[in-house]
Design a protein around this ligand. Structure first.
Ligand SMILES: C[S@@+](CC[C@H](N)C(=O)[O-])C[C@H]1O[C@@H](n2cnc3c(N)ncnc32)[C@H](O)[C@@H]1O
Length: 243
């Protein structure tokens, strides 16, 4: 059976390397991904937030400290779910469930915001997931997510310092394998159009489409900033539940 996106993080060596990578100064998550997520999210005070593929729930801790009413993380990796539980200890209204996001019940009209950061490209099928997310949002509720940019997932190459990128197989959607941090990651490529269409077919109005355009102030060095202006790493979409 094919490995899934959570098995990678349950391998001790991969988990350690991933956590170290997240601490790097100028890591792509903090310089490129998070600023757009924060902009799209805006004021989260009094919001009930569901975070799919929440990792160690560091983001949940931040949201609760910013005044969100409740935070629920769903995390498929046991090691990540344990890290989440530990990080959320002592914070009121912060919980995590160890399960795959495909298996969550998505109770109707329960959340104001569903967020998912860099996890949905691990899923083979997103149509059912997006319907579940639509169901669990209150009218006017928002679904905000980031994924690896389709120009990257189309043509996965061993990760390293990227200075240029040749896009290939863009319209061949589906399974991809990549060597990353010494392990093998399993992902699913889909086009920008596929993500957009999946949102509209689930009933959302697409309110934003963003790419990880670098902003100079988020970088310590000119060199990294200039390098990040060459290749788009992340794609973001925001869907709003009508009504
Ligand atoms: C790149 S990490 C991002 C973690 C966190 N969202 C962040 O931005 O720091 C991807 C996370 O998604 C989780 N994940 C992947 N597939 C999943 C699934 N089907 N259900 C739940 N979690 C999943 C992985 O275990 C991993 O913790």
């Amino acid at each position: 059976m094919r490995d899934n996106g959570t098995d990678f993080y349950d391998n001790d060596a991969n988990f350690e390397k991933y956590m170290q990578r997240r601490q790097w100064q100028e890591n792509a998550n903090d310089t490129l991904e998070k600023p757009v997520i924060m902009e799209l999210l805006g004021d989260c005070s009094d919001r009930h937030i569901l975070d799919l593929g929440c990792g160690d729930a560091g983001f949940g801790v931040e949201l609760l400290k910013k005044g969100c009413a409740a935070y629920m993380g769903i995390e498929g990796s046991r090691k990540m779910a344990e890290a989440s539980e530990s990080n959320l200890t002592g914070l009121n209204n912060g919980t995590v469930q160890h399960m795959r996001m495909e298996d969550y019940a998505y109770p109707p009209d329960a959340y104001d915001v569903v967020i998912s950061r860099l996890a949905i490209h691990y899923l083979q099928d997103i149509a059912g997931l997006f319907r579940g997310i639509h169901q669990t949002l209150r009218p006017g509720g928002r679904f905000i997510f980031s994924v690896e940019h389709p120009v990257i997932t189309s043509t996965l190459q061993p990760s390293g310092m990227r200075t240029n990128w040749v896009v290939d197989n863009y319209f061949i959607e589906g399974y991809r394998e990549q060597q990353w941090l010494g392990g093998t990651v399993h992902k699913y490529h889909r086009t920008v159009e596929d993500y957009f269409t999946a949102l509209t077919e689930a009933g959302f109005r697409v309110a934003s489409l963003r790419e990880s355009k670098p902003v100079r102030e988020h970088f310590l060095t000119e060199e990294t900033y200039e390098r990040r202006r060459r290749i788009p790493l992340f794609l973001f979409l925001e869907g709003v539940k009508k009504g």
